[in-house]
Design a protein around this ligand. Structure first.
Ligand code: RB5
Length: 151
């Protein structure tokens, strides 16, 4: 987990994830060099693609950063942010998927659910993701993702 102390965390949510984002930020501030919150900043209804795009713009400038997006399910956020070719976002709702999202997919964004997963569970999910390592044997498939249309 210590390796994340040198990294930035970029975090965003829509209205459904707003409260969870606040709680996760309070916890995660101790694990990262810097935390950048790309919104939303209230419970008022908003559109998750806008937040996903903002996060992607920050991540493009700092490819070493970790992104966390939260919406009701995590599904909309993951669909939106995976439109960017430098992003590998995993919609993760349990610890085992968190581990595999790092070990096999080297995800750089986690999309979390505020409505179906508790804040405590989401914290466990994030910690599980951070404490695992990418397995190099999967690099070939990661490389294929970047040229998927010409495979
Ligand atoms: C908002 O009601 C909800 O649709 C959104 O948070 C998310 O779950 C979409 O995937």
């Amino acid at each position: 987990m210590e390796s994340y102390l040198n990294k930035k965390l970029i975090i965003g949510s829509d209205h459904a994830g707003f409260e969870t984002k606040k709680d996760l930020k309070d916890y995660l501030v101790y694990y990262f060099k810097e935390v950048i919150d790309v919104g939303t900043f209230s419970n008022e209804s908003c559109d998750y693609p806008i937040i996903a795009k903002k996060l992607a713009e920050y991540l493009e400038k700092d490819k070493d950063a970790l992104g966390i997006l939260i919406c009701g399910t995590g599904i909309g956020m993951s669909i939106a942010v995976n439109k960017f070719d430098f992003i590998r976002c995993a919609n993760v709702t349990n610890k085992e998927f968190a581990k595999l999202a790092k070990m096999h997919n080297n995800a750089n964004v986690l999309a979390l659910s505020a409505r179906f997963v508790s804040t405590d569970e989401n914290i466990e999910i994030i910690k599980e993701f951070m404490r695992n390592k990418f397995e190099d044997r999967h690099q070939k498939r990661i490389d294929m993702l970047n040229k998927i249309k010409s495979l």
